[in-house]
Ligand binder design. Structure first.
Ligand SMILES: Nc1ncnc2c1ncn2[C@@H]1O[C@H](COP(=O)(O)OP(=O)(O)OP(=O)(O)O)[C@@H](O)[C@H]1O
Ligand SMILES: O=P(O)(O)O[C@H]1[C@H](OP(=O)(O)O)[C@@H](OP(=O)(O)O)[C@@H](O)[C@@H](O)[C@@H]1OP(=O)(O)O
Ligand SMILES: [Mg+2]
Ligand SMILES: [Mg+2]
Length: 392
């Protein structure tokens, strides 16, 4: 057990369903084996009585959403946010302001479009946001934005059981059956295969899942299909909607380079450590399309999830330690500079040599002549700090 993990405390805050699905006890056991303390956080009790924490892992999506209409949830979120702001040394996976955009499809799909502008290798199907009324009110926009039938309708809210209720719409008539707030997106044929990319810090893992089958492009007389996304794209999903009508070859998975570009682009746009992105390969163009981004997803099919998560935490702890060290060094340096300036002032007054007796940290005592001292504090801000930070 490395000695530096001793006494470090990892707090977590997950609902019962998430703990059970992840088998989170396995993660707790792994952490304890490596010398960490692990504490389950009870948001109803004062946080300062439960810590101190070095790391907090959470999925507070339910509470964040509830906080917009429930004063009790609002208070709990405020208290949590105030606590982590009071102790900025806590490593939070992930910060609440970074999580929020992924709970709203309007925001997350805008992010996907930005990604397409920045890197024209990662596409996302065209869509229209519906703020009020029914889909009928969006007909003009649908044509204007170049959307093509069939359309897939998704709720604006991206988290929670009802957020997975979707509709496949085959004609303008069908648009009358869906209500705002929702998003209408072109359906893209992709041979019923979904590539789920699960991200943990700088690592990512790709798993294959079933997905919706192909449909003829353009308007048709078909009636709309209402479905739950968890019935089509979970590992165990078994639905007539995922059975292809024609025999086709399996699509070629997106290349490592494309997946890597999508992950890097999203990681820097989102500022999250734990997220997932769903990719499909457009049957017509062969382009890789991002169709969904999720905060702290299930990582089902990723046996390395716990070790990747703990490795990521250890990398962050180490990097915090280095930054803290550099700060101490910088403080010592400025203090020494001040002492030196005082001495120089005194020397010029008394016109005599003066030795402070203390050695600045950059003087290597094993050498006969001291290394030249840096000339000003910019040495640290420009050289030492960036070097330390860039290593992490
Ligand atoms: N534009 C699209 N074209 C083709 N199929 C799509 C498209 N968007 C979604 N799908 C299909 O619908 C399913 C659900 O869509 P999406 O991933 O957006 O829903 P979700 O409920 O947010 O999923 P998750 O459980 O991953 O959060 C996908 O797994 C895929 O099979
Ligand atoms: O983490 P939760 O339990 O809340 O559910 C998440 C679910 O994971 P799980 O079904 O394995 O648990 C995820 O599935 P995968 O992408 O991993 O397939 C995905 O559907 C998220 O959108 C869900 O988040 P929510 O809709 O709740 O925001
Ligand atoms: Mg999805
Ligand atoms: Mg989703």
């Amino acid at each position: 057990m490395p000695s530096w993990t001793k006494g470090k405390c990892i707090g977590y805050c997950l609902n019962d369903k998430k703990k059970k699905k992840l088998n989170f006890q396995g993660f707790e056991d792994l952490c304890r084996k490596r010398g960490y303390e692990v504490t389950e956080i009870d948001l109803a009790k004062p946080l300062c009585e439960q810590g101190p924490f070095d790391v907090i892992i959470h999925k507070l999506s339910d509470l964040i959403l509830e906080s917009s209409y429930n004063s009790q949830s609002h208070q709990l979120i405020q208290d949590f946010q105030a606590y982590v702001e009071t102790y900025p040394s806590i490593i939070l996976l992930d910060p609440l302001p970074a999580v929020r955009p992924l709970l709203d499809r309007f925001e997350s799909y805008r992010l996907l479009q930005d990604l397409q502008y920045q890197d024209n290798c990662i596409f996302s199907p065209p869509y229209v946001e519906l703020n009020s009324g029914t889909g009928r009110d969006a007909v003009a926009q649908i044509w204007e934005h170049g959307l093509t039938f069939p359309l897939i309708c998704k709720t604006r809210v991206a988290h929670g059981p009802s957020s997975h209720e979707m509709v496949l719409i085959f004609n303008e008539e069908g648009l009358g059956e869906v209500n705002a707030p929702c998003l209408l997106q072109s359906f893209v044929n992709h041979d019923a295969v979904l590539f789920k990319v699960f991200v943990v810090g700088s690592s990512h893992f790709v798993v294959c899942r079933p997905s919706l089958k192909n449909f003829p492009r353009g308007q048709s007389a078909r009636r709309s299909i209402f479905f739950n996304s968890h019935d089509v794209s979970k590992p165990e999903s078994c639905s007539h909607l995922t059975e292809l009508d024609e025999a086709t070859l399996e699509p070629t998975p997106p290349s490592n380079s494309i997946v890597g570009r999508a992950v890097r682009g999203l990681r820097s746009a989102l500022g999250l450590s734990l997220f997932g992105v769903d990719l499909i390969v457009d049957k017509q163009t062969g382009r890789c399309m991002a169709i969904d981004v999720n905060t702290f997803p299930g990582y089902e099919g990723v046996p390395e999830f716990f070790s990747a998560l703990l490795n990521h935490i250890e990398m962050l702890l180490e990097s915090h330690k280095q930054v803290a060290k550099a700060r101490v060094l910088m403080a010592e340096y400025s203090l020494h500079q001040r002492v030196l300036h005082q001495d120089v002032a005194q020397e010029s007054t008394h016109e005599q040599a003066h030795d402070t007796g203390s050695k600045p940290p950059w003087v290597d005592s094993s050498l006969e002549t001291p290394k030249p001292a840096p000339t000003d504090s910019s040495f640290f801000t420009l050289t030492v700090l960036p070097a330390v930070i860039s290593q992490h």
